[in-house]
Design a protein around this ligand. Structure first.
Ligand code: ATP
Length: 202
């Protein structure tokens, strides 16, 4: 499973449709200050399900939509699509029956985000789990943003452990465990209520 293409439309400074072909061996992006290098990395994180506006350097998620410039009006939506080459059939189950997987995230002002996987509507969680199970995702340590190396050096042991877990691909298991714990605690509450009702009937 390999990222092969990133398409941006109305995302931050990429107001016009932009297609980035990700050839094998691409490890970095260089360019003049302010040309959009960090925006590209943020687009990649965003399409993989990033849900913290601060991680996108914004106050709200709608800040990722092109906000307008001297000669161009603001846009009403932003869309990022990530094409994954799955010829090696290494994508996690549920997504593994196609040669190519295309994940699209679109945000519209006042309507929030919607996701598609190969043109079918999916939930944010499905997309986040796909990438977590593939040992990548919006928090992946493989995506190195500015200042991250010094943060890593100064990180507390707990934070460093989280990075290692992310790289080992077990963060999806933690998310599933958390969901299971919530369901269990819901079931326990229901059982207590049943006990109360039974006591009332006795
Ligand atoms: P540096 O090397 O200085 O870190 P960079 O190449 O990483 O720069 P980015 O930070 O990706 O550049 O891009 C910054 C540009 O994106 C700025 O010109 C900023 O105005 C523009 N930008 C960010 N968000 C939006 C938005 N929502 N609408 C329009 N332009 C935006």
């Amino acid at each position: 499973m390999r990222f092969s293409r990133l398409r941006l439309n109305g995302f931050k400074s990429f107001v016009d449709p932009t297609d980035l072909v990700i050839h094998e061996g691409l490890t970095g992006v260089v360019g003049p200050n302010g040309c959009g290098k960090s925006n590209l990395l943020e687009a990649l994180r965003w399409v993989m399900g990033e849900n913290r506006p601060t991680a996108m350097r914004g106050g709200g998620m709608e800040d990722v939509i092109f906000a307008g410039a001297a000669t161009r009006g603001a846009r009403h939506f932003a869309e990022v699509s990530l094409v994954i080459d799955n010829h090696d059939r290494l994508a996690p189950s549920g997504f593994n029956d196609a040669d190519t997987i295309e994940i699209v995230r679109r945000i519209t002002r006042d309507a929030g985000s919607a996701y598609k996987a190969n043109a079918k509507d999916v939930r944010a969680r499905d997309v986040q789990m796909l990438f977590a199970d593939a040992s990548t995702g919006s928090h992946s340590p493989a995506l190195v943003r500015q200042g991250q190396i010094s943060e890593l050096i100064n990180a507390k042991p707990k934070a460093r452990r989280r990075i290692l877990e992310e790289a080992a691909g077990i963060s999806g298991l933690y998310a599933r465990r958390h969901e299971a714990e919530l369901k269990l605690s819901g079931a326990e509450q229901n059982l207590l209520r049943v006990d109360d009702v039974l006591e009332g009937l006795a």
